[in-house]
Design a protein around this ligand. Structure first.
Ligand code: SF4
Length: 468
């Protein structure tokens, strides 16, 4: 489970990459639910549903094989940078723990499923003998949340582990400690196994990072490109045809974009919008990030060109604009070059992308790329939430939880959004277009449209796909 793919005699076809995307979809769901800070029971139910929808095969042996293969392939893809490793480690550990807890819960009273898992994975846990258990009987039964009756105590298997491996339980006083050993009932072994998994996976990712460059080079024509692009491939809701868009007369236009920027754009896009309005131009990365976002929000090629032309031609002639910029806008919309359908950037791509040059470029994610002082000043200037709210946002930023900071921004600017009909919060904190779409729906529902009342109607199910 930790080090060995155990797929020695199996072939996994690289063109089955959709399967790895489905696995990644589950990891993204975990991240999204954590971002939304769901209650544990809701988290469990929704994760079970996501696993069922994405990782269920009619044949158990195929399910396990593909699960393991997906894990190891994503492990290879996500070892490349520290940020990617941190993301993968966090989601994988949550998934692993969830599955272990399910195993523990679904097993019979003697936890046969969990025992089997431990045995199959060579877990070196030291079972407490019956004699020792009797000697410690009073102390073990006094541990809160343990066996509730003498009969249950007799049937409970305890294990002895060095207390440093059970720090989570020790800190919650959920195990008995004697002579540096923690005495842990089988049901609570989950916590220890999960901690071991984290350490093992963290080491493996660091090791993989060391050889990634060589493997990607040696396999340049086969798996190198796949691994390098995997973290930016789309896995959002409804893949591969998920959409956030507008249509017909109600589309996002050059006329409505200014009002909607203040009302409904996440901080990254607000900064790009303001940069464009102030400088009357955007550098290459900014044009891409903002242009694809607008396209993803349903702005047509004509309106996109009109909006940019209106700003750019304040400092240049129309001829200059047409010569230097209209081609790239048409390219973004798939009308030039290889006519590809380019997708808007997700938060991961923006956060891990090239940082903006201060004062000159406006792309990137303010939560990641601004220093504490600048971000704090910006939040205050924009009057985002209360002082206490801004403290929470800043503390997420300082902890490196940029997407949590962004989700908090959404939460404080859209009070009670979870209970407003028609507001889909999936993807808020993971994708700027999801943030925008949720915000527009919120204002439409709350105020009969707010800034966008008669001008925009966001729809899901048509339009362009988002890359997550
Ligand atoms: Fe934009 Fe995402 Fe950063 Fe929020 S977390 S500001 S949506 S890049």
């Amino acid at each position: 489970m930790f080090d060995n793919p155990a797929l020695n005699h199996h072939h996994i076809h690289l063109n089955n990459s959709l399967l790895f995307l489905l696995y990644k979809q589950v990891l993204r769901k975990i991240e999204e639910m954590k971002t939304r800070n769901l209650p544990p029971e809701t988290f469990r139910t929704q994760l079970d549903a996501s696993i069922k929808a994405n990782l269920t095969s009619t044949q158990q042996k195929h399910k396990t094989k593909l699960d393991v293969a997906s894990h190891f392939i994503l492990r290879a893809a996500y070892c490349r940078t520290e940020d990617l490793r941190r993301w993968f480690l966090a989601q994988e550990c949550r998934l692993f723990r969830h599955r272990l807890e399910n195993l523990s819960r679904s097993s019979s009273t003697n936890n046969s499923g969990l025992r089997e898992f431990l045995a199959n994975n060579d877990f070196d846990l030291d079972p407490v003998s019956r004699e020792e258990k009797e000697r410690l009987s009073d102390k073990l039964q006094k541990v809160p949340g343990g066996p509730t009756s003498p009969g249950e105590f007799i049937n409970t298997q305890y294990y002895r582990v060095p207390f440093v491996q059970a720090l989570e339980l020790v800190s919650r006083r959920e195990c008995y400690v004697e002579n540096g050993q923690a005495y842990v009932p089988l049901a609570r072994i989950v916590s220890i196994v999960a901690a071991k998994f984290r350490v093992a996976l963290s080491k493996s990712l660091a090791l993989a990072a060391g050889v990634f460059g060589q493997v990607a080079h040696d396999e340049a024509s086969r798996i190198g490109p796949l691994l390098k692009s995997m973290n930016s491939q789309y896995t959002g809701p409804g893949a591969p045809n998920a959409v956030m868009g507008t249509d017909g007369e109600n589309a996002l236009t050059a006329a409505t974009v200014d009002a909607l920027a203040d009302q409904s754009m996440p901080l990254c896009m607000q900064q790009l919008h303001q940069g464009l309005k102030r400088d009357h131009k955007l550098k290459h990365q900014g044009r891409l990030q903002f242009g694809l976002f607008l396209k993803g929000a349903g702005m047509s090629l004509e309106e996109h060109t009109l909006f940019f032309q209106r700003e750019f031609t304040r400092i240049m002639t129309s001829e200059q604009f047409n010569k230097s910029y209209s081609y790239s806008i048409r390219h973004m919309h798939g009308k030039e070059g290889k006519r590809a359908s380019y997708t808007p950037y997700n938060c991961m791509k923006i956060i891990f992308g090239n940082p903006p040059q201060s004062g000159v470029e406006h792309h990137g994610c303010p939560y990641k790329h601004y220093d504490d002082q600048n971000l704090s000043a910006l939040l205050t200037k924009l009057k985002i939430g209360s002082v206490a709210d801004r403290d929470v946002i800043m503390s997420h930023k300082k902890d490196g939880n940029f997407q949590l900071a962004c989700a908090k921004h959404f939460e404080v600017s859209h009070p009670s959004a979870t209970s407003v009909d028609g507001v889909n919060l999936d993807g808020v904190g993971n994708h700027p277009n999801a943030w925008f779409s949720a915000s527009v729906s919120y204002h439409n529902a709350k105020n009969g449209g707010g800034a966008s009342s008669s001008n925009i109607e966001l729809k899901q199910g048509q339009g362009v796909a988002m890359a997550m």
